[in-house]
Design a protein around this ligand. Structure first.
Ligand code: ATP
Ligand code: MG
Length: 366
């Protein structure tokens, strides 16, 4: 693998997008102290999957994001891409064998990795570099002060460096992963054994429950059989009863039929009688009217009779009063006649007296 290009944007002191082309042969970066030379090596380590912010000379991972200067504002993300190509000796077509590996970090959100713009897990990227004898701690990267460390390293660490140089660190990485998986599988087997033990303890209680369930099934089957028989008995009784009721219903239906026939006959008779009754009813009505009229005229006559008899009585009373009056008047007349006779006698007496007086007077006068 050959490193062809490094692209930085927002990484540490590289505020603006910066591209560094690495040409065949030796490439050197020269600059004053603090100009950012080591930051470029940090960016290489970072894009290869470095997880320790200490190795990147920061106090947290977000420290790799450009934190701003007097003239530029801070950024919220940092991005580093590296373009790698297979050795030209084994491959003729360049573009087929180029890989662009990109890591992007956003403040408070963690990192994302991409291989040729396809998002990948950190592990995939680390494995990709390991397979190519590269990585954040690869011997290919010798940082400031690393030479001293190499000289003072323990034999085991030196062996690691040699293995990496021999290009078998990928196998080690895979072996490590395989051991991790093996351990995880062992832990799983132990868990499964625990579960089996637990299940074995549950099994005896389940067996007891199973036996009870079997007994229950037998008893339940017998109960069902009895219930079936009871239902059969009920069924027979109900069928007998049904037949009986059906017979009763057919008898009742016959009776109803007969009664209906009778009703028909009676209705026919009713029709004839209605026809016969009509003139009688008319006659009755006219007779009733006549009787009513007669009754009313009888009442009139009665009233008249009463009125006439009252008048007769009145007249009789008047006659008797008149008779009394006549009787009284006759009596008065008799009295008057009597008085008149007496008066005629008196008159005769008086005439005689007058005659005597006249005679006397005459005599006197004479
Ligand atoms: P030397 O020659 O001394 O080794 P150098 O060129 O390696 O120096 P670096 O260590 O790469 O320099 O860069 C250090 C500079 O990077 C410092 O000026 C520091 O302020 C700047 N720097 C580091 N992290 C950030 C960041 N997150 N944002 C802005 N600037 C940063
Ligand atoms: Mg430096």
């Amino acid at each position: 693998m050959e490193l062809k290009k490094i692209k930085l944007h927002g990484f540490k002191s590289f505020d603006k997008p910066t591209e560094l082309d690495i040409y065949p042969g030796l490439t050197g970066i020269v600059g004053p102290n603090g100009c950012g030379k080591s930051n470029i090596l940090d960016s290489l380590q970072w894009v290869m999957g470095e997880t320790s912010y200490k190795n990147l000379r920061g106090s947290e991972m977000d420290d790799v994001i450009f934190s701003g200067t007097d003239t530029s504002a801070s950024r919220n993300f940092a991005e580093v891409s590296v373009v790698l190509a297979e050795n030209k000796l084994s491959h003729k077509n360049d573009s087929d064998n180029e890989y662009e590996i990109r890591r992007r970090i956003e403040r408070n959100s963690g990192s994302k990795y991409f291989i040729n713009s396809i998002e990948k897990r950190a592990k995939d990227v680390q494995l990709f570099f390991a397979d190519n004898s590269l990585g954040p701690h690869s011997v290919s990267i010798v940082k400031q002060g690393n030479i001293n460390q190499l000289i003072e390293a323990k034999p085991s660490e030196r062996r690691k460096i040699l293995e990496e140089a021999a290009g078998i660190s990928g196998l080690h990485h895979r072996k490590h992963e395989a051991i991790l998986r093996l351990n995880a599988t062992k832990a799983n087997i132990e868990r499964i054994n625990d579960i089996i033990n637990e299940i074995n303890t549950q099994l005896s209680s389940l067996k007891r429950q199973y036996n009870q369930a079997e007994k229950f099934k037998i008893i339940a089957a017998r109960i069902r059989q009895f219930e079936k028989e009871l239902l059969q008995i009920d069924w027979n009784t109900l069928t007998d009863r049904e037949n009986e009721l059906k017979n009763q219903i057919s008898t009742k239906e016959n009776t109803i039929k007969l009664q209906k026939n009778k009703i028909n006959d009676l209705q026919i008779k009713e029709g004839t009688l209605k026809k016969q009754i009509q003139p009688i009813r008319d006659n009755y009505n006219s007779t009733s009217e006549e009787i009513q009229k007669k009754n009313s005229s009888l009442l009139n006559i009665k009233n008249e009779i009463q009125y006439t008899s009252e008048r007769i009585n009145n007249t009789r009373n008047q006659i008797s009063i008149i008779k009394q009056d006549i009787h009284r008047e006759e009596k008065n007349l008799a009295d008057h006649k009597d008085q008149l006779q007496k008066l005629a006698i008196k008159k005769e007496e008086l005439q005689r007296n007058l005659n005597e007086i006249n005679k006397i007077e005459h005599e006197v006068l004479e």
